[in-house]
Design a protein around this ligand. Structure first.
Ligand code: C2G
Length: 131
């Protein structure tokens, strides 16, 4: 069984998230998602609308996702890859090159981002509409 992992905040789930999850799953049979904790988001400078537990629950309901684990710090990826016997690490192209060192442990793949959508854009558009 080929095992894939990807990471992110996955706030306000949108088709860009679904696209990356669907394509990541195509690289194997089992997809693990490391979803950022609220504390890690603060380190990333992000404030998610949904708290960790809700973002985790929503991801677990997505057909491409087999398991969700917490992402609490930048440095956990190698340990996750080893502990979960990961074959492929997938991220969107906005992270191109940032995780190349993981190639020592598994295949590293960056997939094109879905243009025109982001959780930040959703929040901004909704704010504009409310005015
Ligand atoms: N993504 C995408 N297209 C979009 C928006 C996001 O392909 N329009 C992808 C991102 O490239 C990423 C994943 O969806 O691979 C999750 O994106 P975010 O929730 O924004 O996660 P991010 O803040 O990039 O955190 O250690 C890695 C970090 O946790 C990634």
């Amino acid at each position: 069984m080929k095992r894939v992992i990807t990471y992110g905040t996955f706030d306000l789930i949108h088709h860009g998230h679904i696209n990356i999850l669907r394509r990541a799953k195509e690289y194997g049979d089992y997809l693990i998602v490391g979803v950022s904790t609220d504390e890690f988001n603060a380190i990333k400078g992000k404030k998610a609308y949904y708290p960790f537990e809700e973002r985790k629950m929503i991801l677990e309901a997505i057909r491409y996702v087999d398991e969700v684990i917490p992402e609490s710090h930048w440095g956990q990826k190698v340990e996750d890859i080893q502990n979960h016997h990961i074959d492929v690490f997938v991220m969107g192209s906005d992270w191109e090159g940032k995780f190349d060192e993981l190639a020592e442990h598994c295949e590293v793949i960056y997939l094109p981002r879905t243009e025109g959508i982001s959780s930040t854009k959703i929040k901004e558009d909704l704010k504009d509409r409310a005015q």
